[in-house]
Design a protein around this ligand. Structure first.
Ligand SMILES: C[S@@+](CC[C@H](N)C(=O)[O-])C[C@H]1O[C@@H](n2cnc3c(N)ncnc32)[C@H](O)[C@@H]1O
Length: 176
């Protein structure tokens, strides 16, 4: 009993201090076919503002701008990844439609998003969930690759196989 309580306390402490201890979610790019599936599942159009929280090399906002004419915003805590994404946006010819910033997703504002993309971890999704539900406008879409939101059930799920690996992609609509 005491042992279980100690383990639970340790897990809580670790999840709260993880980022400070360098136990963040590291960069791992979403395969292009999965990026495409996420944007299609969210039914992105030119009127959308697509945020990627933890945007890595910027591939999701860049694809949203290039393929769907949307505006894109990417936040990443790693300044190197933000520089790489800005360069990638220039190379893709969409630098005027996308913006990348060094930001911690747990403190940065994303209230003007109409679509939010996530490729993080189960813990990060759950930490973001109350803000996603409270701050986004009703009808905003959230797509997450790989990780769900526990008992907040998605309205749709697709499973994409790329190079023999199954990538679940989940869709939630705020207010539903
Ligand atoms: C798994 S990668 C996903 C990259 C991109 N979204 C994709 O799907 O290709 C996660 C990214 O989140 C960033 N990240 C981790 N913790 C973060 C935080 N607290 N705030 C902002 N970005 C964070 C990492 O630097 C990394 O680039």
């Amino acid at each position: 009993m005491l042992w279980t309580a100690a383990l639970a306390a340790a897990a809580l402490l670790l999840s709260a201090c993880g980022p400070m201890l360098g136990l963040d979610v590291p960069f791992r790019g979403t395969p292009p076919a999965v990026v495409d599936a996420m944007l299609r599942l969210a039914e992105v159009t030119p009127t959308d503002v697509v945020y990627d929280l933890g945007s890595g090399d910027g591939r999701i906002p860049i694809a949203a701008a290039r393929t769907y004419g949307a505006r894109g915003v990417g936040y990443d805590i790693d300044p190197h990844m933000v520089s790489v994404s800005r360069e990638n946006a220039k190379r893709a010819g969409v630098a005027v439609r996308v913006r990348f910033e060094v930001q911690d997703i747990f403190t940065a504002s994303f209230a003007d998003a109409t679509v939010v993309a996530l490729h993080l971890s189960p813990e990060f999704n759950l930490r973001l969930r109350p803000r996603l539900q409270r701050e986004l406008k009703p009808g905003s879409r959230i797509v997450s690759q790989r990780h769900d939101m526990a008992d907040w059930r998605p309205v749709r799920q697709i499973d994409l196989t790329v190079d023999g690996v199954v990538h679940p992609v989940y869709l939630w609509i705020v207010g539903r």
